[in-house]
Design a binder for this molecule. Structure first.
Ligand SMILES: *[C@@H]1O[C@H](CO)[C@@H](O)[C@H](O)[C@H]1NC(C)=O
Ligand SMILES: *[C@@H]1O[C@H](CO)[C@@H](O)[C@H](O)[C@H]1NC(C)=O
Ligand SMILES: *[C@@H]1O[C@H](CO)[C@@H](O)[C@H](O)[C@H]1NC(C)=O
Length: 276
């Protein structure tokens, strides 16, 4: 008796569908609750990466309108309790840390899409958090100053200054996102389901507000220093190459300095002279 290969494949197929369909319905349900416009655009199957995802495109527009971009220059003014909302009490912030080819190995796109979609969910909350994003590709200094890497969601609770102008401690939590599995409801759950309460707040050296670096105003200088060190190998390598090739050339040419402006950097020029 021959069994058709199609028949053999059927149980596997239905098992896979069984796992997938409820998940998509769940996500669709989640989006339908949060935003009708987005749910109508939600595709029923995952789209291939080459076809622009209408949800992602719509979500990116919403995200662009609601999410502030942090830079070394503006983060201190933006992340100030009472700066964004006039309501008293503790201000909640969610900051998405992303990156590009250099800082995230080009693998942050899924997380970025999930974040953009989660913005609609978060904004529909009865007490929406303030939203910001930080690109380590564009702001490597700030990422180094806070010692964060993409893709991450930072969750801050910024208290209002007390009557005596002192600032109570800020609560800071960091959620590393799984680049391959992260979904929008998962990110939104940090706030909507108060998942952040399950995480121990960070109280270390690089705490953006209360850590020793921040208290002495050293976060940004240290961020520059770490960033600078990360750049060393490339130019150190160039100087080494220029040093070696110049000293080889000058040896071949009997000690004379090579003619022409072949030196890639002025700083490298004195090196062969010092070596001979
Ligand atoms: C997410 O939204 C931002 C705007 O805030 C946009 O620049 C970015 O391209 C979007 N990313 C994705 C992967 O859709
Ligand atoms: C990132 O890398 C991919 C493939 O290596 C390339 O197609 C893309 O243009 C790069 N993006 C940027 C912003 O450099
Ligand atoms: C992300 O999730 C996948 C599937 O659950 C797992 O195999 C992988 O190890 C996770 N990656 C990280 C960095 O946790």
């Amino acid at each position: 008796m021959r069994t058709s290969p199609l028949l053999l494949a059927l149980p596997a197929l239905s098992a896979a569908q069984f796992e997938q369909i409820p998940f998509y319905d769940q996500v669709k349900g989640f989006f339908a609750q949060a935003s009708n416009t987005i749910s109508s655009a939600m595709p029923s199957a995952p789209s291939s990466p080459s076809i622009p995802n209408p949800v992602a495109a719509g979500a990116a527009k919403i995200a662009a309108a609601r999410v502030q971009r942090l830079t070394v220059e503006n983060y201190n003014d933006i992340l100030k309790p009472g700066a964004a909302t006039a309501s008293p009490g503790i201000e909640e912030w969610m900051i998405f840390v992303t990156g590009g080819n250099k800082t995230c190995f080009g693998k942050c796109e899924r997380a970025e899409t999930a974040w953009n979609e989660s913005v609609a969910l978060l904004s529909a909350s009865t007490s929406p958090p303030n939203l910001a994003m930080l690109s380590c590709e564009q702001e490597p200094v700030l990422c180094n100053a806070w010692a964060v890497g993409p893709p991450t969601v930072l969750h801050f609770l910024l208290p209002q200054p007390l009557a005596d102008q002192s600032t109570p401690a800020t609560t800071c939590r960091s959620f590393g996102l799984n680049r391959t599995t992260i979904t929008a409801p998962e990110i939104a759950g940090i706030h909507l389901q108060e998942k952040y309460l399950e995480k121990t707040p960070y109280e270390g050296f690089f705490h953006p507000f209360d850590g020793p670096l921040a208290r002495y105003g050293l976060s940004i200088p240290v961020g520059y220093a770490i960033w600078g060190f990360s750049l060393v190998p490339s130019w150190a390598f160039m100087i080494a190459v220029s040093f070696i090739s110049r000293s080889l050339m000058s040896r071949r040419m009997g000690g004379g300095a090579p003619a022409g402006g072949a030196a890639p950097a002025g700083g490298a020029a004195p090196a062969p002279a010092a070596a001979t």
